[in-house]
Design a protein around this ligand. Structure first.
Ligand SMILES: [Zn+2]
Length: 171
């Protein structure tokens, strides 16, 4: 990852976690402290972010930009320097008074918009294992990651091994 973009890279990791938690084959769930309405809106955001990630994986920058522009507009994203108390000034992207979900929408949409077409966006991937569609950021040097994790990698390896075994056993 580009050091200068580490802030956005961190947000991309958050987005990937959100997409995997709320969309796809293996969705988990959200913390109980969120209201049903917040969870529903976050799930909508996760669906949009998955669409952005899938578009970026297939080099469909027009598609990604279309969804991102809608998210930026809907969340009224705008850059602003903020500080509270003794904090250092830091850059935020949500509109004044934005609620929790709009803050997330603004921050994550800006992060994707900032990396559109650069190295970070090209490291996004989707697991190739059957019955898995978890997305990930490939941080390997050669960009060789094909699976979301060791469990999927082992599952595919074991299946291939069994297939080879069967072929050998054919008389
Ligand atoms: Zn997987």
């Amino acid at each position: 990852m580009d050091i200068g973009n580490s802030h956005h890279a961190l947000r991309l990791e958050t987005a990937v976690d959100l997409v995997n938690a709320l969309t796809g084959e293996n969705r988990g769930g959200m913390p109980a402290y969120l209201s049903a309405e917040e969870v529903e809106r976050l799930a909508g955001l996760a669906v949009d972010l998955r669409a952005v990630i899938v578009a970026l994986i297939s080099d469909d920058h027009d598609g990604a930009a279309g969804v991102l522009n809608r998210l930026l507009a809907d969340s009224d994203a705008r850059p602003r320097l903020r500080r509270e108390g003794d904090e250092a000034w830091h850059l935020t992207f949500h509109a004044p008074g934005a609620d929790f979900v709009r803050k997330w929408t603004a921050g994550l949409a800006v992060a994707f918009a900032a990396v559109l077409g650069d190295d970070s966006a090209q490291r996004l991937g989707c697991c190739e294992a059957p019955r898995c569609d978890r997305v990930f950021i490939d941080t390997s040097q050669g960009r060789t990651k094909r699976f979301c994790g060791v469990a999927c990698q082992n599952r595919v390896k074991a299946a291939a091994y069994r297939r080879r075994g069967k072929v050998v056993n054919v008389p």
